[in-house]
Design a protein around this ligand. Structure first.
Ligand SMILES: Cc1ncc(COP(=O)(O)O)c(C=O)c1O
Length: 484
């Protein structure tokens, strides 16, 4: 059933060669200095808060054909110069297909989840793998986020290159080269807070060996991952296995156990009851570990006696069940140290017109608000061979298709008239084409633009390296750079 699919489950349709997503070399430059965000180039509303120099420097990148859909006559401008021209998405020379991110909807979603986390006393570390856009990481931090969650070492390196100080890696990290880099990064920056999962004794031993070999001075903070059930994804399956992993951590001199975590989005055949039952197991595990004195075992930096014992971290929560996380985390009993209740939703940032539209907890708690789908993919009709068929120039390279196919929402004529796309459905995607079926009497012509809603934020962001941020009147106010 679509509503029960994991947002990370493998694609059901055949994926073909991805577009070139080469990382600009400027990402490697470190970002220790802060500067004011340049006016005229804000991502969303200007907030005037300092952002790291590396983020501000994104405006200096040159526009060229690497970036899909940007106006050909903007080649050679910097991104900042192009943004300052405030071109119109429909009349400013953009080529199709073009993905647009709504400035107002993005801002709405950022503000709504900030309010939600505050209202429910949750600390927020939004999952950054959704957008891999440092500008959006900083907007999330400006909207109260404690830090950024990530999934793999490359993503941590991107976040560090853009000045992110608190990172929660929701994965076990057993890559010796990445651990060597991490050890150096931690030792070089006392303000860098890093936490990752452990879910096996072998994983702990591999981490310990790699950190010893790297000569790590600071210990690495870890949380034991409890699996979301039998047959679920990663995580130790039982409380006894979690305890064995915790014992293994205690036997190292390189790791420090600071909490427990898991991902309720992987609870098999989820229902509100099953998800809450698993979340209660997670909380009980934290209480049991705390009673056994397993947490906060000394400073992260043995060379620094002033470094405090840390809080206990209890973490769960994607974008499908944060209402259950809020409810169950509200029941967490007093523990021996303050508890960091860490929520990790990521897909909320753009929300969507499919998978998350069905799954969002706001469907269950409408009084708390509603997320707004912020992406619209614009494509052009390039062929209308029969009255029943039309083909647009957007395909798998441009649109998410792993959970649902795009939804045809609107037809836009060259004169700017917009019509509802009643009777038009997209039923298949090729690499560079979308297959439309048109009902009787649908007036769809070659040259028309078609606006599509997408399903699954993660696989929408990753197909675009520079995404126009578009105000409701069509003005492109900024460009969001992604690093996949
Ligand atoms: C471990 C983990 N935490 C958090 C999230 C964020 O969930 P969502 O994408 O529903 O916001 C994911 C997403 O796959 C995840 O795998």
């Amino acid at each position: 059933m679509a509503a029960e699919k994991s947002a990370e489950q493998p694609a059901t349709m055949s994926a073909e060669q991805p577009v070139d997503q080469s990382v600009d070399q400027s990402v490697e430059r470190r970002a220790d200095q802060s500067v004011e965000r340049p006016t005229g180039q804000p991502v969303g509303k200007p907030v005037g808060k300092p952002v790291p120099e590396a983020v501000a420097r994104l405006a200096e990148e040159r526009v060229d054909p690497r970036f899909k859909a940007l106006p050909p006559d903007s080649d050679g401008l910097t991104v900042g110069e192009l943004a300052a021209q405030r071109r119109n998405l429909f009349t400013g020379g953009f080529t199709t297909p073009v993905l647009a991110l709504s400035a107002e909807r993005l801002e709405h979603n950022l503000a709504l989840m900030e309010q939600y986390a505050t209202r429910h006393a949750l600390t927020f570390a939004p999952h950054g793998k959704t957008s891999m856009a440092p500008q959006l990481f900083w907007r999330q931090l400006e909207h109260g986020a404690w830090g950024i969650t990530l999934a793999v070492p490359h993503q941590v390196r991107v976040a560090r290159a853009f000045g992110i100080r608190r990172i929660f890696l929701a994965n076990e990290l057993v890559d010796a080269a990445a651990l060597r880099w991490l050890a150096a990064e931690l030792d070089a920056d006392a303000d860098f807070r890093f936490i990752c999962y452990v879910d096996s004794v072998r994983g702990v031993q591999l981490m310990d060996a790699a950190l010893r070999a790297a000569g790590a001075r600071r210990r690495v903070d870890v949380v034991v991952e409890l699996a979301a059930g039998d047959g679920a994804r990663t995580g130790a399956r039982t409380e006894a296995e979690c305890a064995a992993v915790a014992d293994a951590v205690a036997a190292t001199g390189t790791l420090r156990l600071v909490g427990v975590a898991g991902y309720e989005g992987e609870v098999p055949e989820p229902t509100p009851e099953r998800v809450r039952t698993w979340l209660r197991r997670l909380v009980a595990l934290a209480a049991e570990f705390d009673a056994a004195g397993r947490f906060g075992a000394g400073p992260a930096d043995p060379a620094d006696p002033a470094d405090p014992a840390c809080d206990i971290v209890i973490s769960a929560g994607g974008s499908a069940w944060f209402d259950a996380v809020a409810d169950v985390f509200a029941e967490i009993p007093d523990l021996s140290l303050p508890v960091l209740k860490l929520l990790r939703s990521g897909a909320y940032v753009s929300h969507d017109d499919g998978h998350y539209r069905h799954l969002t907890p706001f469907n269950r708690v409408p009084d708390e608000g509603a997320l707004h789908p912020a992406f619209r993919l614009w494509a052009q009709v390039v062929s209308r061979p029969t009255p029943e068929q039309a083909f647009i120039n957007a395909g798998k390279r441009d649109a998410a298709y792993d959970l649902d196919l795009p939804e045809v929402q609107v037809i836009r004529r060259a004169d700017g008239t917009e019509l509802p796309a009643a009777g038009v459905t997209l039923h298949a995607l090729s690499d560079q084409h979308g297959w439309l079926r048109t009902g009787p009497g649908v007036d769809l012509q070659v040259g028309d633009w078609v606006g599509l809603g997408l399903s699954h934020p993660c696989t929408s962001f990753d197909k675009w390296q520079l995404i126009p941020l578009v105000a409701a009147d069509g003005t492109v106010t900024d460009y969001v750079r992604t690093y996949f």
